[in-house]
Every structure is written in C-alpha cells, then in structure tokens.
Design a protein. Sequence first.
Length: 138
Amino acid sequence: MQTVRVAAAIIVRDGRIFATQRGYGKFKDGWEFPGGKIEAGETPQEALAREIREELDTEIEVRDFLETVEHDYPDFHLSMDCFCCVVKSGGLVLREHEAAKWLTREALDSVDWLPADEGLIARIKNREINALDQYFRT
C-alpha cells in the first residue's frame, strides 16, 4: 500500500482551533486541519509553511510537534505529522477549502472530521496532548 506523507497545522488562537472543510477530491466536505503533502527535499515544517501560504494566503510560525497520526484508508496509508502553529500574518483566505471555523475544544465534535483526524480530535478534547495547553491559555 502506498504511503502518503503530509503535515497538518493545528492553528490555535484565542482558545480556538482552526478547522477547514475540503472543497475538492474524494474527501470533499470532510473537515480537517489544513496542510498538505510533504515534497521531496522538504522537512514537514517547510511543507506545512508552504502549504498554508498556498492554500490560505497566510504565513504561520510552526511551533511544537504534537504527534504523527498513522491511518489506513482503503487506497493508501496516511502518515500525518501534526504541529501546533500560530498565524504570523495573513487573513486565512480560503483558496481551496469550502469553509472554515474556529472551534473551541468543547465544540470540536460539531463538524464531521475526516477519519485520520478523529483520533487526534479525541486526544485534543481529552487534553491528552499537553503541548497544546499553553496555546489555549494565550
């Protein structure tokens, strides 16, 4: 099975997490953390900064590595490196996504997350990812 390596941004601001709804492809309408494929020669952090710049016209600061999510879809294996990020500049303009929301920890279940994101959502809700706590306080 082919492995697809991606990086995802958990963008936190004012105690809320930024979520996007896919506007294209097989998983159209599913909710996810923004990001994308890691190109040859890129670090996950470089890929993430590039993808957010391309997809959301925004510069981010990639901060703490949170975890790598491994998920088997029917056609491929997804390996997703997740990082806590903050916006440096830009307005999070939706160039490829259908919609976006800022969600509190308690409202994370209010959208239909893609399967690979579901385990991470449960861990964020249950406060199992300690590195995020500092971002919810600021």
